[in-house]
Design a protein around this ligand. Structure first.
Ligand code: GLU
Length: 298
């Protein structure tokens, strides 16, 4: 039909414009492994004519240092990253520092509570500490045994000094599947591959899984690009999207960069921090040499 004669030209909504994000945590200097995953995120945003946003994941005040925030922005720029929304340049979904979004997280937590999707948990501090970080491969959360599953807030309110976290109740036995843009179909069984997970820590800080979903949805992210060590976390996060009645984005997980012993690069690999490499006079172009083919699933 000639569009001029179309009585309902706006009937078909346009596909949502691509929005991707870089979501570093300022807990140390960024290293080459971060840069490679972020580079894929930037390339995919560019290839889709999309927008790239930078979100500073600075909720864990026990682990992050202010100096790393500035270093992170500087290292990212040096490497050649360009974002059009972020903590340094603002944007329609500001603030882009997670530490400034507490009221929003509280309101979102309330939705989970109203839907009876979470329960107060008084289990150990060790579990709670693990929950804040993105649980990268090797230090994944233990399957929670369900000790507090039937605990009620009203019981705890009668003991005001008791510290508790909020835990998400997973549907035991259900297979959570999603189509990963790099690894293809992924399936994880709730209660077996991962258990009830913390969404809010006992020291009143939102946990990674929860803040990430709340922000990715609020910032209208259409594709999440991140390391393959977070594949199981994606299954957890899909449950949060469902509980919050929000559409999940697409996911693209990148193969991790390994050191010469075959171990995942971590912030402790100082020799491979972007700072250190830059100090040695190595250019971003040299560091990116050959990346086009080496980040495929496999
Ligand atoms: N800040 C998280 C990390 O450093 C982000 C993970 C993600 O991209 O979802 O691992």
């Amino acid at each position: 039909m000639n569009p001029v004669n179309n009585p309902n030209p706006s009937r078909q909504p346009p596909a949502a414009a691509y929005r991707g994000r870089l979501a570093p945590s300022p807990t140390g200097y960024l290293h080459l492994g971060h840069a490679r995953t972020f580079w894929v995120a930037q390339e995919r945003a560019r290839a889709n004519g999309g927008t790239l946003i930078l979100r500073n994941e600075d909720l864990d005040s026990t682990r992050f240092k202010m100096e790393f925030v500035d270093a992170m922005l500087e290292d990212l720029r040096w490497f050649g990253f360009e974002w059009s929304e972020g903590p340094d340049c603002g944007g329609p979904f500001a603030p882009y520092h997670q530490s400034e979004r507490m009221e929003f997280y509280r309101a979102t937590l309330e939705k989970l509570r109203a839907g009876n999707c979470i329960y107060p948990c008084t289990c150990s501090r060790k579990d709670i500490q693990q929950a804040i970080r993105a649980p990268h491969a090797g230090d994944d959360e233990l399957i929670y045994p369900g000790t507090c599953r039937d605990k009620k807030l009203s019981t705890l309110n009668s003991q005001p000094s008791t510290r508790f976290s909020w835990r998400f109740r997973v549907p035991d036995g259900e297979t959570i599947s999603f189509m990963d843009g790099n690894y293809g179909e992924q399936k994880f069984v709730a209660g077996k591959d991962f258990g009830d997970f913390i969404v809010w820590r006992g020291d009143d800080v939102p946990a990674y899984q929860f803040a990430c979903v709340a922000d990715d949805a609020a910032m209208r992210i259409t594709e999440v690009v991140r390391g393959a060590d977070l594949l199981v976390s994606t299954a957890r996060q899909i449950l949060l999207y469902r509980a919050l009645n929000l559409p999940p984005p697409d996911f693209f997980h990148c193969a991790l960069m390994l050191d010469d012993k075959g171990e995942r690069l971590a912030k402790r690999h100082d020799s491979l921090s972007l700072r250190e490499l830059r100090g040695q006079g190595i250019s971003p172009e040299q560091l990116r040499d050959g990346w086009g083919v080496s980040n495929k699933a496999g």
